[in-house]
Design a protein around this ligand. Structure first.
Ligand SMILES: [Zn+2]
Length: 197
């Protein structure tokens, strides 16, 4: 018996990386950020820079919750990679897991890990962040802000139910942190005719 030949491309690695501009973006930043606004500033600045570089209007950043150490940034890489799952939150979580060598971030960082995201997590990211070991989720823009530009957040429990579902699993939530700044990035994306995917 001989089966169908295996498509060699199925056996090749899947790879992606943060955009090249990220090195220059990160270089002048301090290593630690004290306040929610400062930390969200990193996530929103990632989103702002990403749209100037041809990416989607979403950014994220992971911090040690107590220490304020920047663990990993994230930007939406869907357009540059052609991979539908590479939302900013997934990129930041995956980067941190790789750098720390730990799938459960709670085990890697004392004092908890906080995810800051420029927009409310979609259905996919909502599910993914349950398994990453974060202790806090901080959100700038709301679902309706993304939908105003044409993005679809997917099927998810309505607020406040989805928030309660996360809180039940030990993830505390703050909303509307720097919401206006995040909305401004979405508005700019729409104004420049950015692709909605
Ligand atoms: Zn998402």
């Amino acid at each position: 018996m001989c089966g169908k030949p295996v498509n060699e491309r199925l056996l090749s690695p899947v790879s992606w990386s943060l955009p090249e501009w990220m090195g220059q973006f990160l270089a002048p930043l301090p290593s630690h950020f004290a306040t929610d606004e400062e930390r969200m500033g990193v996530a929103v600045s990632c989103a702002r820079r990403n749209i100037l570089e041809g990416g989607g209007p979403f950014g994220a950043a992971l911090f040690g919750e107590e220490s304020g150490e920047l663990l990993a940034p994230g930007v939406n890489l869907v357009l540059s990679t052609g991979l539908s799952i590479l939302h900013a939150e997934i990129v930041a979580l995956t980067m941190a897991q790789q750098v720390l060598g730990m799938r459960n971030l709670a085990e890697a960082i004392r004092g908890g890990v906080a995810l800051y995201t420029s927009c409310e997590p979609c259905a996919q990211c909502h599910g993914a962040l349950l398994w990453a070991g974060i202790s806090r989720l901080c959100i700038a823009g709301r679902r309706e802000d993304a939908e105003m530009v044409g993005f679809n957040e997917g099927p998810k429990s309505p607020w406040p139910q989805w928030g309660e579902e996360l809180e039940e699993r030990g993830i505390r939530i703050s909303r509307d942190v720097c919401r206006e700044e995040a909305r401004a990035v979405l508005d700019a994306y729409r104004a420049q005719g950015g692709v909605v995917y």
